[in-house]
Each structure stands twice: as structure tokens, then as C-alpha cells.
Design a protein around this ligand. Structure first.
Ligand SMILES: [Zn+2]
Ligand SMILES: [Zn+2]
Length: 255
């Protein structure tokens, strides 16, 4: 499995981009920086975009991606997520007010985007991938994903604080290559993290201990708030008995 990092931060500056990851060149996991960080040709190759939840830092570049792909007459992009997320996109984003309804443009027969609803905790086949959304603990309905390409699988936490179902599913996953897991705030900002449904290094350590063998899990950290980047990295570097790596823009992994 090929994994490229387009955006891996919990905020934006010229050096920080919001969440977007590309699997095998064709499947995007979240769309925070999918046009600001990808060439037109790369954007045209995408078939599927999984959306973990409807917060802006995970959906924003779907707007500009749809616009670009519409002009290239690309095949419809499958936007896949749980019902609550897709309803939010339809009602509040691609609603002909904030942005055109690209599920009807250029025409009903060949739209730019199609929505695919994913039932939670169930496998759905999408192209050559199998995708399972797993509800996590955030301020709105949100999921993580397990994405399997038939050889390896990838876990993705989405935005979450301490959570249990995700670990239940990960513990049963046999071909797990890596887990992308969020950590947003330093320990000193625990109150903010709890209120906003995010991890600090302290709660991340407690959650990683829910995995069957934490030292064997390749955990890639993302969604650090730019303001706290150095502090969070220092605190994560002190964690013992785990295999952690802070993701960087343009990282490329073969799992
Ligand atoms: Zn969020
Ligand atoms: Zn976020």
C-alpha cells in the first residue's frame, strides 16, 4: 500500500496544511488540502474521497477539487462517508449557496461528484478497496476508517479524543500496516482538548495502550495544531513502549 501525506496538521500556515492523505494514488482520506497540495494531474486521478466528518478542515478542498474536475470532465468522484457527514455536505456545503451542487453539474447523467453512504462498523467495497467506518469521540458525528487494499490495511482515527470502538476493530485487523492517529494539543491544554474532542499526548498514550501490542503498532501522528507543534512533538518524544512518528508534508510510505 502506497501512502502519501498531502496535509497532516490541525491548522494552516504556509508551512502547515490541513488533513489529506492519498492511498495508491486514487483514494483520498479527508480533503483538507487536496487541491492546495496536489497538481491538476494528481487531482484528476482520484476516484474516491473518504470523509471522516464534516468539519471544514477535512472537507474544504472538496469545493475546489469538484470545480477543477468538472472542467476536466473527469469521471464522477465518489465522496464516501456516514449519513450524517453526507447530509451536512449536501445541506451546508454543496448547497448552491456556499458552493454549486456538483452532484448535478454538468448534468444528472454525468455529475462531478456522487455520494456514497457508508454504514458504520460494516465493510463496504469501494473499487478495489474495502472500507469500514468506525464511530469515534468528537464534537459531532465523526468516524475513523480501516482501509484495506487487499494486501495491507491502514487505520485512520479521524478527529477524536479517547475512544473505544476504533481499538476494538483495530485489534481484530490482521494485515494492519499503520495507524494514522490524531494528537492536537499539548498536555497543558487538556481542558481545550477535552472540550473540542481531541487528544493530547497524555490521552493518546492511554488510548495506544488499548492496542493488543502497542510496541508493534506503527503509529503516525497528525493533526497537531501549528501553534503547539514543538511542544506536542517534545511530549510525544518522551512516550515509552510505542512506535511513534510525527507525519510531515510530502511524506511517502510504502506499507
Ligand atoms: Zn473535527
Ligand atoms: Zn480536524
Amino acid at each position: 500500500m502506497d501512502l502519501r501525506v498531502i496535509g497532516c496538521h490541525g491548522g494552516e500556515t504556509p508551512k502547515h496544511r490541513t488533513s489529506a492523505f492519498i492511498v495508491n494514488d486514487v483514494l483520498a482520506v479527508d480533503a483538507g488540502s487536496i487541491t492546495s497540495g496536489m497538481t491538476i494531474e494528481e487531482q484528476s486521478k482520484l476516484d474516491i474521497c473518504l470523509v471522516s466528518h464534516s468539519h471544514l478542515d477535512h472537507i474544504r478542498d472538496l469545493a475546489t477539487l469538484a470545480d477543477n474536475r468538472c472542467q476536466m470532465r473527469c469521471a464522477p468522484l465518489v465522496i464516501a462517508g456516514i449519513k450524517e457527514t453526507l447530509d451536512a455536505l449536501r445541506d451546508h456545503f454543496f448547497n448552491n449557496l456556499i458552493w454549486p451542487d456538483f452532484s448535478k453539474i454538468p448534468g444528472d447523467e454525468q455529475p462531478t461528484i456522487v455520494y456514497q453512504e457508508l454504514p458504520p462498523e460494516v465493510d463496504t467495497k469501494l473499487g478495489r478497496f474495502t472500507v469500514r467506518p468506525i464511530p469515534v469521540s468528537h464534537t459531532i458525528d465523526a468516524v475513523g476508517f480501516i482501509v484495506d487494499d487487499g494486501e495491507r490495511s491502514l487505520g485512520y482515527s479521524g478527529d477524536t479524543g479517547p475512544t473505544d470502538k476504533l481499538w476494538h476493530h483495530l485489534n481484530q485487523q490482521k494485515n494492519l500496516g499503520a495507524l494514522l492517529i490524531e494528537v492536537s494539543f499539548p498536555n497543558s491544554e487538556q481542558a481545550m482538548a477535552t472540550a473540542s474532542g481531541h487528544h493530547t499526548p497524555r490521552t493518546l498514550a492511554e488510548d495506544l495502550a488499548k492496542f493488543r501490542n502497542p510496541a508493534d503498532l506503527a503509529a503516525f501522528l497528525y493533526h497537531i495544531k501549528p501553534v503547539f507543534q514543538a511542544e506536542v512533538e517534545r511530549e510525544c518524544a518522551r512516550m515509552k513502549g510505542v512506535s511513534l512518528q510525527v507525519m510531515k508534508l510530502q511524506d511517502h510510505f510504502v506499507l
